[in-house]
Design a protein around this ligand. Structure first.
Ligand code: SAT
Ligand code: MN
Length: 581
């Protein structure tokens, strides 16, 4: 680690180097350093103790996928869904931007562990950064400092990441990954996934590459435990594209709590999974915190996180009240008088939202009342079900189950969501996002599908695979399903399918719940609504299959034959040529 830090310092040329020990005293010093810049403030110490507001540069408010590159010698090895740069070219080009980038600044060296400190499944990273805001966030999102140094010892088994704010100019912003070297370079951004290198860069892009080499899985999945009436907890991992309520699901307050069904949070974003000695897939959450979207978060949508973010939390790009309290659209109150926007201006209704739509909170997972007692279990938790999902206004029923692992991989590979972002203008466009890994797979996605198929052959007790859609709409344009805490009813059906007790009906796309197999008491859904929720409409699927075919076409001959066959299987079942298996 010392050798790498020397090299990084020779390149970036900081005035000072500070190796972080992760102590509370050091944290307070870093937070003081942060507020000395005009971009960060302490919030109301009475109502929001130890909370801070950070305002990013207005051009630096989200991950930038078009500036994110995977660097391997062969373009074919990164595949059609990633941006490619040749490693030598990337070193030259981004090296020039990093050269001297930390002059006049401090380089903070943050050794960190992804995963519980004592877990054999965890991995070490080292991030060198010139941003105190990044250090303060890393401290919440990972286990940093002495624990990581102790774990690393003299070993070279760590993933180094060099990060500099550079001049924050989007024209000189790059996030580049060298999977073969297990190295990350990021310059020109201070925002979340571009700058907190343990998260998407290491725990997904680099880790997915390592996982394929080493026979495990690094997935963009939440992990939750569903407790059922006798106290037994069944663990599920779920992948959703953005804007599908992933964090809310992970932290859900169950509508069936009185009946003994309760949801425990193990993770809200990433799962690392290994085959355990008993043949089950064991999952850990490599992260220590939540980096969640603030707008829309309220006591109604996510009471658990609301109870967590009133202390020791960093807010980024939210609004602030004259009392020094954070505020965002959808928090459950009207715009308060004297509200200041994320840009630091007086809020003016004519000028739009006070909080940036992608504004965030960074909070320790331990602070959520829903945190699972097994959150830090070094062995991880055994996964009984995978849940894929998307936002599909017409196509997909509320829930369906894959016939088997291979069919489940097909369902994950063809996952899609319809965009809702008013900001980008393209409402209702279908975006294919296989396993929600489109921007996070560190190698050719066709090879990633192959890895999934191969894993299925090795896992003695593989999770059953499901697909859910909370967002189906009726002819009147309204959502058919109430969502939020009521989603536990679907989790309960999934649990009962895992246990082999719930009834299902075969359709060309998979098993759909029978009339009475879903617990619906107290919901008051009409039988029309129910029919609508579970309908499998051949005409709609025909259109979707055409889109899938086009998407699969991108991968050419590298697409696994098994997925071609699964595709043909769906087509033929719709034609009635073969019955559902
Ligand atoms: O900023 S992150 O990449 O960590 C979160 C997200 O945008 O998905
Ligand atoms: Mn994510």
């Amino acid at each position: 680690m010392e050798a790498w830090v020397d090299q990084a310092a020779q390149l970036a040329k900081p005035d000072r180097i500070v190796v972080c020990d992760g102590s509370e005293g050091e944290n307070q010093a870093i937070l003081r350093e942060m507020v000395q810049h005009s971009d960060s403030f302490e919030l109301n110490p009475k109502t929001y103790p130890n909370c801070y507001l950070h305002r990013s540069s207005p051009s630096d408010v989200a991950r930038t996928e078009h500036l994110t590159f995977i660097c391997m010698p062969e373009k074919e090895d990164v595949g059609p869904t990633n941006n490619w740069m040749d490693p030598g070219g990337a070193k030259y080009k981004i090296g020039a931007l990093l050269n001297g980038a930390m002059r006049g600044r401090t380089m903070y060296v943050v050794p960190y562990i992804m995963g519980p400190a004592n877990s054999p499944l965890s991995k070490v990273g080292v991030e060198a950064t010139d941003s105190p805001y990044v250090v303060a966030n890393m401290r919440i999102m990972a286990r940093i400092g002495k624990v990581a140094i102790d774990r690393l010892g003299n070993s070279t088994d760590f993933v180094p990441g060099l990060h500099s704010l550079g001049d924050l100019d989007p024209l000189r912003r790059y996030i580049v990954h060298f999977p073969e070297e297990r190295l990350i370079w990021s310059v020109g951004s201070g925002y979340g996934g571009n700058a907190l290198l343990g998260k998407k860069c290491f725990a997904l892009r680099i880790a997915s590459y390592m996982a394929r080499q080493q026979g495990w899985m690094a997935e963009h999945m939440l992990i939750l435990g569903l407790e059922s009436p006798g106290g037994k907890v069944t663990y599920m991992a779920a992948a959703f594209p953005s804007a599908c309520g992933k964090t809310n699901l992970a932290m859900m307050v169950s509508a069936l709590e009185a009946q003994g069904y309760r949801v425990w949070t193990v993770g809200d974003d990433i799962a690392w999974m290994h085959i355990g000695s008993d043949g089950y897939l064991q999952a850990i959450n490599p992260e220590a915190g939540f980096f969640g979207v603030a707008p829309g978060t309220s006591m109604k949508t996510n009471p658990n996180v609301m109870r967590a973010i009133n202390r020791n939390t960093i807010f980024t790009n939210v609004g602030v009240t004259p009392n020094g309290e954070p505020w965002w659209e959808g928090i459950g109150t009207e715009h308060p008088m004297g509200l200041i926007t994320w840009r630091g201006e007086r809020w003016d209704p004519a000028k739009g939202a006070a909080a940036h739509p992608n504004s965030r909170y960074t909070v320790a997972a331990r602070q959520s009342p829903s945190i699972s007692p097994r959150f830090e279990d070094p062995e991880g938790v055994p996964i009984s079900a995978f849940i894929f999902g998307g936002r599909r206004a017409r196509l997909a029923p509320l829930v369906y189950e894959a016939f088997d692992w291979r069919h489940g991989v097909y369902i994950g590979a063809t996952m899609a969501s319809e965009t809702t972002a008013a900001a980008t203008g393209d409402v209702g466009i279908t975006r294919r996002d296989p396993m929600a890994m489109l921007p996070f797979c560190g190698y050719n996605m066709a090879d990633y599908f192959e890895h999934w198929l191969a894993m299925g052959k090795r896992i003695l007790h593989p999770p059953k695979i499901f697909h859910v859609n909370w967002f189906r709409k009726g002819a009147d344009g309204r959502f058919l399903w109430p969502g939020y805490g009521e989603n536990v009813r679907v989790l309960k059906w999934i649990l009962e399918r895992v246990e082999g007790t719930a009834q299902a009906e075969e359709t060309p796309i998979g098993f759909v719940p029978t009339r009475n197999s879903l617990t619906l008491d107290g919901l008051n859904l009409s039988s029309d609504t129910l029919r609508e929720l579970f309908r499998v409409e051949a005409d709609d699927w025909e259109l979707d299959l055409a889109d899938t075919r086009e998407f699969f076409g991108k991968f050419g001959r590298r697409l696994p034959q098994a997925l071609q066959e699964e595709y043909q299987g769906v087509v033929r079942r719709f034609e009635g040529a073969i019955p559902a298996r």
